[in-house]
Design a protein around this ligand. Structure first.
Ligand SMILES: CCCCCCCC/C=C\CCCCCCCC(=O)SCCNC(=O)CCNC(=O)[C@H](O)C(C)(C)COP(=O)(O)OP(=O)(O)OC[C@H]1O[C@@H](n2cnc3c(N)ncnc32)[C@H](O)[C@@H]1OP(=O)(O)O
Length: 178
């Protein structure tokens, strides 16, 4: 039986958020790190062939009174996208959330946001995403952001598996050209 998530939709992968399975060293992101006390704590769930997240902006997320700051919208699309990419790589490798294997961590290589309508401040925002290309290390993710059912923004991003040299505690990467 699927559980109900914050977005009010059925969750897959045992109803576990991708961000709750990132290794601790990778769980400090301002947008989605569960260990960042000042962060947004975005949670991404599987919903069939898509992913979904929900976030209710607060008054400090104002652009002009009554409307949401575009940088917040980009953050939601960004963090939901990297999580969608991580989940796609995890699935490709035959895993499901809840398996003991660590969930891979992706970083943003490219992020495009199309702001289609002013986003009202008040309703919960829902972002739906999907991996449209899954390569060895690179995943292209497309997404849409809705406010009260109205499409307000679209995103397209390239997410890349964090190289081992980015892992905290790893030896520094060699300088370019060496
Ligand atoms: C967090 C910053 C890093 C600090 C390290 C802290 C340690 C903790 C580690 C992890 C925590 C994760 C926390 C995530 C937070 C959530 C999301 C964010 O806010 S991320 C912040 C903004 N993003 C960056 O700062 C990336 C800066 N860029 C890079 O480091 C590199 O450029 C990187 C890793 C993205 C790619 O470098 P390559 O040397 O590993 O790999 P190549 O061969 O260049 O690219 C792989 C594939 O991606 C494509 N690609 C790369 N950049 C692209 C671009 N801009 N547009 C389109 N495709 C691109 C390439 O064409 C290639 O594709 P083909 O496999 O050949 O098909």
């Amino acid at each position: 039986m699927a559980k109900e998530g914050t977005a009010g939709v059925a969750q897959g992968d045992h109803g576990i958020a991708v961000q709750d399975r990132y290794p601790d060293d990778f769980a400090w992101c301002y947008g989605c790190g569960r260990l960042n006390p000042a962060g947004l704590h975005l949670k991404t769930y599987r919903d069939g062939e898509e992913t979904v997240t929900a976030f209710r902006p607060r008054p400090e997320h104002t652009a002009i009174p009554g409307f949401v700051y575009g940088g917040l919208i980009a953050s939601l699309i960004d963090c939901h996208g990297t999580a969608t990419a991580s989940l796609a790589l995890y699935h490709r490798d035959g895993h499901r959330l809840g398996d003991p294997e660590p969930v891979p961590r992706c970083v943003t290589a490219s992020l495009q946001v199309d702001y289609r309508r002013p986003t009202p401040l008040g309703p919960e925002l829902v972002v739906r995403g999907r991996a449209v290309e899954v390569g060895a290390r690179k995943v292209v993710v497309e997404s849409e952001l809705y406010a009260g059912g109205t499409l307000c923004a679209r995103g397209r991003m390239v997410a890349v598996l964090a190289p081992p040299s980015m892992t905290p505690g790893a030896p520094p990467a060699p300088a370019p050209g060496t």
